[in-house]
Design a protein around this ligand. Sequence first.
Ligand code: AMP
Length: 323
Amino acid sequence: MKKRVLSGIRATGKLHLGNYLGAVKGMLELQDSPEYETLYMVADVHTITTPYNVDELRKYRKEVVIDYLSCGLDPEKSILFLQADVNEHLELAFLFSSVATIARMQHLPTYKDKVKQYPKDNTMALLNYPVLMAADILIYKADLVPVGIDQEPHLEVAREIARKMNEKYKTDFPEPKRFETKGQYVPSLKGEGKMSKSVEGSYVNLTDSQDEVLKKIRSMPTSSKAGGEMSPDVKSLFDLAKLFLSNISDFEKKFKDGSLQFSQMKDELAAKISEELKPLQEKRKEIEKDQAHVDKVIKEGTEKARAIASETVLEVKQKMGLG
Ligand code: AMP
Protein backbone atom coordinates (compact mmCIF):
# COMPACT_ATOMS: atom_id res chain seq x y z
CA MET A 1 0.00 0.00 0.00
CA LYS A 2 1.21 3.53 -0.80
CA LYS A 3 2.21 5.80 2.07
CA ARG A 4 0.01 8.85 2.53
CA VAL A 5 0.80 12.55 2.61
CA LEU A 6 -1.42 15.28 4.11
CA SER A 7 -1.00 19.03 4.07
CA GLY A 8 -3.15 22.13 4.20
CA ILE A 9 -3.17 25.91 4.20
CA ARG A 10 -5.64 28.09 6.11
CA ALA A 11 -8.21 30.12 4.16
CA THR A 12 -7.01 33.42 5.62
CA GLY A 13 -6.05 35.18 2.38
CA LYS A 14 -4.07 34.92 -0.81
CA LEU A 15 -1.11 32.57 -0.78
CA HIS A 16 2.32 34.18 -0.32
CA LEU A 17 5.90 33.14 -1.03
CA GLY A 18 6.22 31.57 2.44
CA ASN A 19 3.27 29.25 1.79
CA TYR A 20 4.59 28.47 -1.69
CA LEU A 21 8.21 27.72 -0.79
CA GLY A 22 7.56 26.20 2.66
CA ALA A 23 4.53 24.06 1.85
CA VAL A 24 3.34 24.00 -1.77
CA LYS A 25 6.76 23.11 -3.26
CA GLY A 26 6.91 20.06 -1.00
CA MET A 27 3.32 19.18 -1.87
CA LEU A 28 4.22 19.31 -5.57
CA GLU A 29 7.32 17.16 -5.14
CA LEU A 30 5.42 14.44 -3.28
CA GLN A 31 2.44 14.40 -5.65
CA ASP A 32 4.86 13.36 -8.41
CA SER A 33 6.35 10.51 -6.40
CA PRO A 34 4.82 7.10 -7.17
CA GLU A 35 5.45 6.05 -3.56
CA TYR A 36 2.79 8.35 -2.11
CA GLU A 37 -0.94 9.02 -2.18
CA THR A 38 -1.29 12.76 -1.60
CA LEU A 39 -4.17 14.58 0.09
CA TYR A 40 -4.15 18.38 0.22
CA MET A 41 -6.88 20.38 1.90
CA VAL A 42 -7.84 23.96 2.55
CA ALA A 43 -7.68 24.21 6.36
CA ASP A 44 -10.87 26.29 6.57
CA VAL A 45 -11.82 25.06 10.04
CA HIS A 46 -8.41 26.11 11.33
CA THR A 47 -9.20 29.60 10.03
CA ILE A 48 -11.86 30.11 12.73
CA THR A 49 -9.35 29.59 15.57
CA THR A 50 -8.36 33.28 15.35
CA PRO A 51 -10.63 36.30 14.60
CA TYR A 52 -11.86 36.24 10.99
CA ASN A 53 -14.35 37.74 8.60
CA VAL A 54 -17.15 35.39 7.48
CA ASP A 55 -17.38 36.71 3.90
CA GLU A 56 -13.63 36.51 3.46
CA LEU A 57 -13.52 32.95 4.73
CA ARG A 58 -16.27 32.00 2.30
CA LYS A 59 -14.28 33.58 -0.55
CA TYR A 60 -10.83 32.25 0.35
CA ARG A 61 -11.93 28.62 0.82
CA LYS A 62 -12.26 28.43 -2.94
CA GLU A 63 -9.48 30.92 -3.73
CA VAL A 64 -6.93 28.66 -2.01
CA VAL A 65 -8.04 25.75 -4.20
CA ILE A 66 -7.56 28.01 -7.24
CA ASP A 67 -4.09 28.89 -5.90
CA TYR A 68 -3.32 25.17 -5.46
CA LEU A 69 -4.32 24.43 -9.06
CA SER A 70 -2.35 27.44 -10.34
CA CYS A 71 0.77 26.19 -8.56
CA GLY A 72 0.44 22.82 -10.29
CA LEU A 73 -1.41 20.62 -7.82
CA ASP A 74 -3.19 18.16 -10.05
CA PRO A 75 -6.56 16.56 -9.16
CA GLU A 76 -5.54 13.56 -11.30
CA LYS A 77 -2.67 12.94 -8.89
CA SER A 78 -3.80 14.49 -5.57
CA ILE A 79 -7.02 14.51 -3.60
CA LEU A 80 -7.93 18.20 -3.14
CA PHE A 81 -10.66 19.08 -0.65
CA LEU A 82 -12.03 21.49 1.96
CA GLN A 83 -11.50 20.43 5.58
CA ALA A 84 -14.99 21.59 6.70
CA ASP A 85 -16.64 19.35 4.11
CA VAL A 86 -15.18 16.25 5.77
CA ASN A 87 -16.98 16.35 9.16
CA GLU A 88 -14.98 13.37 10.36
CA HIS A 89 -11.96 15.65 11.03
CA LEU A 90 -13.96 17.38 13.79
CA GLU A 91 -15.23 14.11 15.16
CA LEU A 92 -11.75 12.62 15.41
CA ALA A 93 -10.37 15.85 16.91
CA PHE A 94 -12.86 15.56 19.77
CA LEU A 95 -11.96 11.92 20.36
CA PHE A 96 -8.26 12.86 20.34
CA SER A 97 -8.87 15.68 22.83
CA SER A 98 -9.44 12.97 25.44
CA VAL A 99 -5.72 12.08 25.32
CA ALA A 100 -4.35 15.66 24.99
CA THR A 101 -3.80 17.64 28.17
CA ILE A 102 -4.58 21.34 28.57
CA ALA A 103 -1.12 21.94 30.11
CA ARG A 104 0.66 20.50 27.04
CA MET A 105 -1.36 22.67 24.64
CA GLN A 106 -0.86 25.83 26.75
CA HIS A 107 2.92 25.40 26.66
CA LEU A 108 3.21 25.36 22.87
CA PRO A 109 5.14 28.38 21.54
CA THR A 110 2.69 28.69 18.63
CA TYR A 111 -0.24 28.99 21.08
CA LYS A 112 1.58 31.55 23.23
CA ASP A 113 2.39 33.66 20.14
CA LYS A 114 -1.24 33.70 19.03
CA VAL A 115 -2.47 34.65 22.52
CA LYS A 116 0.00 37.55 22.48
CA GLN A 117 -1.29 38.58 19.05
CA TYR A 118 -5.00 38.21 19.99
CA PRO A 119 -5.22 38.59 23.82
CA LYS A 120 -9.01 38.95 23.78
CA ASP A 121 -9.54 35.81 21.71
CA ASN A 122 -7.85 33.12 23.76
CA THR A 123 -10.48 30.54 22.85
CA MET A 124 -10.95 26.79 23.21
CA ALA A 125 -10.70 26.55 19.41
CA LEU A 126 -7.25 28.15 19.51
CA LEU A 127 -6.11 25.82 22.28
CA ASN A 128 -7.42 22.90 20.22
CA TYR A 129 -5.61 23.90 17.01
CA PRO A 130 -2.87 21.22 17.35
CA VAL A 131 -5.41 18.51 18.26
CA LEU A 132 -7.41 19.29 15.12
CA MET A 133 -4.19 19.23 13.09
CA ALA A 134 -3.34 15.82 14.55
CA ALA A 135 -6.79 14.62 13.46
CA ASP A 136 -6.27 16.07 9.94
CA ILE A 137 -3.09 14.04 9.53
CA LEU A 138 -3.91 10.84 11.40
CA ILE A 139 -7.40 10.44 9.94
CA TYR A 140 -5.57 9.45 6.73
CA LYS A 141 -2.81 7.64 8.65
CA ALA A 142 -0.40 9.95 6.80
CA ASP A 143 3.35 9.44 7.27
CA LEU A 144 4.60 12.66 5.71
CA VAL A 145 3.49 16.26 6.09
CA PRO A 146 4.98 18.94 3.80
CA VAL A 147 4.77 22.10 5.93
CA GLY A 148 7.11 24.91 7.01
CA ILE A 149 9.37 24.66 10.06
CA ASP A 150 6.91 26.75 12.13
CA GLN A 151 4.62 23.69 12.21
CA GLU A 152 7.18 21.38 13.87
CA PRO A 153 5.75 21.81 17.42
CA HIS A 154 2.33 20.76 16.09
CA LEU A 155 3.78 17.68 14.43
CA GLU A 156 5.35 16.72 17.75
CA VAL A 157 1.84 16.86 19.28
CA ALA A 158 0.49 14.68 16.45
CA ARG A 159 3.19 12.09 17.17
CA GLU A 160 2.39 12.14 20.88
CA ILE A 161 -1.33 11.68 20.21
CA ALA A 162 -0.57 8.79 17.82
CA ARG A 163 1.58 7.10 20.48
CA LYS A 164 -1.02 7.59 23.23
CA MET A 165 -3.88 6.31 21.05
CA ASN A 166 -1.83 3.28 19.97
CA GLU A 167 -0.89 2.44 23.57
CA LYS A 168 -4.32 3.01 25.08
CA TYR A 169 -6.65 1.79 22.35
CA LYS A 170 -4.42 -0.41 20.17
CA THR A 171 -4.88 1.74 17.06
CA ASP A 172 -2.18 1.68 14.37
CA PHE A 173 -1.47 5.37 13.74
CA PRO A 174 1.94 6.17 12.21
CA GLU A 175 4.12 8.88 13.78
CA PRO A 176 4.05 11.54 11.05
CA LYS A 177 7.19 13.39 10.00
CA ARG A 178 7.63 16.79 8.40
CA PHE A 179 8.77 16.81 4.77
CA GLU A 180 11.38 19.57 4.58
CA THR A 181 11.77 22.00 1.70
CA LYS A 182 14.59 24.42 0.92
CA GLY A 183 12.18 27.26 1.74
CA GLN A 184 11.02 25.86 5.09
CA TYR A 185 11.52 29.31 6.66
CA VAL A 186 10.89 32.29 4.40
CA PRO A 187 11.78 35.57 6.17
CA SER A 188 9.52 38.59 6.41
CA LEU A 189 10.09 41.59 4.13
CA LYS A 190 10.10 43.76 7.28
CA GLY A 191 13.52 42.61 8.47
CA GLU A 192 12.50 40.41 11.37
CA GLY A 193 10.46 37.24 11.83
CA LYS A 194 8.86 35.14 9.14
CA MET A 195 6.74 36.07 6.15
CA SER A 196 3.15 35.84 7.40
CA LYS A 197 -0.34 36.66 6.15
CA SER A 198 -1.21 38.18 9.50
CA VAL A 199 1.67 40.70 9.39
CA GLU A 200 0.92 43.49 6.93
CA GLY A 201 3.90 44.39 4.74
CA SER A 202 5.71 41.12 5.44
CA TYR A 203 4.78 39.19 2.33
CA VAL A 204 4.79 38.91 -1.47
CA ASN A 205 1.55 37.35 -2.74
CA LEU A 206 1.68 34.84 -5.58
CA THR A 207 -0.65 37.14 -7.52
CA ASP A 208 1.47 40.30 -7.14
CA SER A 209 2.35 42.11 -10.38
CA GLN A 210 5.95 42.78 -11.41
CA ASP A 211 5.63 46.37 -10.17
CA GLU A 212 4.20 45.31 -6.82
CA VAL A 213 6.99 42.78 -6.29
CA LEU A 214 9.63 45.38 -7.18
CA LYS A 215 8.10 47.95 -4.84
CA LYS A 216 7.91 45.48 -1.95
CA ILE A 217 11.47 44.16 -2.37
CA ARG A 218 12.89 47.69 -2.77
CA SER A 219 11.25 48.65 0.52
CA MET A 220 13.03 45.91 2.49
CA PRO A 221 15.11 47.55 5.25
CA THR A 222 18.91 47.36 5.01
CA SER A 223 20.22 49.10 8.08
CA SER A 224 23.89 48.17 7.86
CA LYS A 225 26.26 49.43 5.18
CA ALA A 226 28.08 46.79 3.13
CA GLY A 227 31.07 45.36 5.00
CA GLY A 228 31.37 44.18 8.63
CA GLU A 229 28.67 42.30 10.52
CA MET A 230 25.29 41.79 8.83
CA SER A 231 22.41 43.40 10.73
CA PRO A 232 19.30 41.16 11.20
CA ASP A 233 17.41 42.94 8.41
CA VAL A 234 20.28 42.54 5.93
CA LYS A 235 20.49 38.88 6.91
CA SER A 236 16.76 38.54 6.12
CA LEU A 237 17.35 40.02 2.68
CA PHE A 238 20.16 37.54 2.05
CA ASP A 239 18.08 34.62 3.37
CA LEU A 240 15.28 35.48 0.96
CA ALA A 241 17.71 36.08 -1.91
CA LYS A 242 19.34 32.67 -1.33
CA LEU A 243 16.04 31.03 -2.26
CA PHE A 244 16.02 32.73 -5.68
CA LEU A 245 19.48 33.87 -6.80
CA SER A 246 22.04 31.34 -8.00
CA ASN A 247 24.80 34.03 -7.85
CA ILE A 248 24.21 34.78 -4.15
CA SER A 249 27.88 34.09 -3.26
CA ASP A 250 28.92 37.01 -5.53
CA PHE A 251 26.65 39.30 -3.52
CA GLU A 252 28.03 37.90 -0.26
CA LYS A 253 31.57 38.62 -1.43
CA LYS A 254 30.61 42.13 -2.42
CA PHE A 255 28.97 42.67 0.97
CA LYS A 256 32.18 41.60 2.71
CA ASP A 257 34.47 43.83 0.64
CA GLY A 258 32.06 46.77 1.00
CA SER A 259 31.22 47.15 -2.70
CA LEU A 260 27.64 45.83 -2.58
CA GLN A 261 24.89 48.00 -4.02
CA PHE A 262 21.74 46.85 -2.19
CA SER A 263 19.53 48.41 -4.89
CA GLN A 264 21.09 46.25 -7.60
CA MET A 265 20.71 43.09 -5.50
CA LYS A 266 17.08 43.93 -4.70
CA ASP A 267 16.23 44.59 -8.35
CA GLU A 268 17.75 41.25 -9.38
CA LEU A 269 15.87 39.47 -6.61
CA ALA A 270 12.55 41.10 -7.56
CA ALA A 271 13.06 40.13 -11.22
CA LYS A 272 13.74 36.49 -10.28
CA ILE A 273 10.67 36.33 -8.03
CA SER A 274 8.45 37.73 -10.80
CA GLU A 275 9.97 35.28 -13.30
CA GLU A 276 9.03 32.37 -11.01
CA LEU A 277 5.51 33.73 -10.42
CA LYS A 278 4.66 34.49 -14.06
CA PRO A 279 3.64 30.95 -15.16
CA LEU A 280 1.53 30.52 -12.00
CA GLN A 281 -0.26 33.80 -12.67
CA GLU A 282 -0.95 32.85 -16.30
CA LYS A 283 -2.35 29.49 -15.22
CA ARG A 284 -4.50 31.22 -12.59
CA LYS A 285 -6.18 33.37 -15.26
CA GLU A 286 -7.19 30.21 -17.16
CA ILE A 287 -8.48 28.42 -14.05
CA GLU A 288 -10.51 31.45 -12.89
CA LYS A 289 -12.48 31.26 -16.15
CA ASP A 290 -13.74 27.76 -15.36
CA GLN A 291 -15.31 27.92 -11.91
CA ALA A 292 -17.42 24.81 -12.62
CA HIS A 293 -14.21 22.81 -12.99
CA VAL A 294 -12.96 24.06 -9.62
CA ASP A 295 -16.28 23.08 -7.98
CA LYS A 296 -16.03 19.62 -9.55
CA VAL A 297 -12.47 19.16 -8.30
CA ILE A 298 -13.60 20.03 -4.75
CA LYS A 299 -16.66 17.75 -4.90
CA GLU A 300 -14.73 14.75 -6.17
CA GLY A 301 -11.85 15.32 -3.75
CA THR A 302 -14.25 15.56 -0.81
CA GLU A 303 -15.88 12.23 -1.70
CA LYS A 304 -12.52 10.48 -1.89
CA ALA A 305 -11.30 12.02 1.37
CA ARG A 306 -14.52 11.12 3.21
CA ALA A 307 -14.28 7.50 2.14
CA ILE A 308 -10.93 7.17 3.91
CA ALA A 309 -11.75 9.43 6.87
CA SER A 310 -15.01 7.68 7.79
CA GLU A 311 -13.24 4.31 8.00
CA THR A 312 -10.71 5.68 10.50
CA VAL A 313 -13.39 7.30 12.68
CA LEU A 314 -15.42 4.09 12.73
CA GLU A 315 -12.34 2.11 13.75
CA VAL A 316 -11.38 4.59 16.49
CA LYS A 317 -14.91 4.76 17.90
CA GLN A 318 -15.08 0.98 18.09
CA LYS A 319 -11.70 0.73 19.79
CA MET A 320 -12.65 3.46 22.28
CA GLY A 321 -15.86 1.65 23.24
CA LEU A 322 -18.18 3.98 21.35
CA GLY A 323 -19.42 1.57 18.72
P1 AMP B 1 -0.77 29.06 7.20
O1 AMP B 1 -0.96 30.15 6.22
O2 AMP B 1 -0.33 29.52 8.54
O3 AMP B 1 -1.96 28.13 7.23
O4 AMP B 1 0.45 28.18 6.68
C1 AMP B 1 0.32 27.28 5.61
C2 AMP B 1 1.63 26.60 5.30
O5 AMP B 1 2.61 27.55 4.87
C3 AMP B 1 2.25 25.87 6.50
O6 AMP B 1 2.84 24.68 6.02
C4 AMP B 1 3.30 26.81 6.97
O7 AMP B 1 4.36 26.15 7.64
C5 AMP B 1 3.77 27.41 5.66
N1 AMP B 1 4.36 28.75 5.87
C6 AMP B 1 3.70 29.87 6.26
N2 AMP B 1 4.55 30.89 6.36
C7 AMP B 1 5.79 30.41 6.05
C8 AMP B 1 7.08 30.98 5.96
N3 AMP B 1 7.28 32.27 6.21
N4 AMP B 1 8.11 30.18 5.60
C9 AMP B 1 7.92 28.87 5.31
N5 AMP B 1 6.72 28.27 5.37
C10 AMP B 1 5.67 29.03 5.74
